[in-house]
Design a protein around this ligand. Structure first.
Ligand code: T46
Length: 140
């Protein structure tokens, strides 16, 4: 699937299947469009939890549901859309200047995120109003 909103797109990873089970792998700059500088996981997430609620100035990420499922609500400041992540082979590429919210985690869901940069709190827009100003100004 390709969404017109700011390059949001699904990324499909290879799957090596044999009688012992399945193996999927991911390489930076090959399967994801950036060098992978950080990997983090969300787990033990209560089913009624809401995560996200921010955007990034520069960070690009690809989000996977390694186990279970959850919803990602995406907003580029003009258009909103939502995606259900439930297949460990399929990630959602999220560019910079995209507001994201996550909810409806299934019991035991595990979210893995591949990120283009190390953690940097100054890269976050944590107030929606600040994000909208940045979108309208086209600033980093
Ligand atoms: C995103 C969604 C999908 C760190 O110290 N290092 C890290 O790499 C991260 C991601 C977070 N933290 C600290 C910062 C906060 O004190 O962990 C705490 C919780 O972070 P946050 O509230 O930002 O977590 P989420 O799940 O709302 O958002 C995270 C990412 O921050 C964000 O970039 O896109 O997952």
């Amino acid at each position: 699937m390709t969404d017109p909103i700011n390059s949001i797109r699904e990324i499909s990873l290879p799957q090596i299947h044999d009688p012992r089970g399945d193996l999927t792998f991911v390489e930076g700059e090959r399967h994801v469009p950036f060098p992978i500088r950080r990997v983090y996981f969300l787990y033990n997430v209560p089913v009624d939890a809401e995560r996200g609620g921010h955007a990034h100035r520069d960070l690009e990420q690809v989000v996977f549901a390694l186990s279970g499922s959850f919803r990602m609500k995406i907003d580029d400041g003009k258009t909103k859309s939502e995606y259900w992540l439930r297949d460990p082979r399929k990630g959602l590429y999220i560019n910079r200047l995209i507001w994201r919210e996550m909810d409806s985690f299934s019991q035991g869901a595990v979210c893995m995120v591949l990120a283009s940069h190390p953690y940097d709190e100054s890269d976050y827009f944590r107030a929606y109003e600040d994000f909208i100003v940045a979108v309208n100004e086209g600033v980093k």
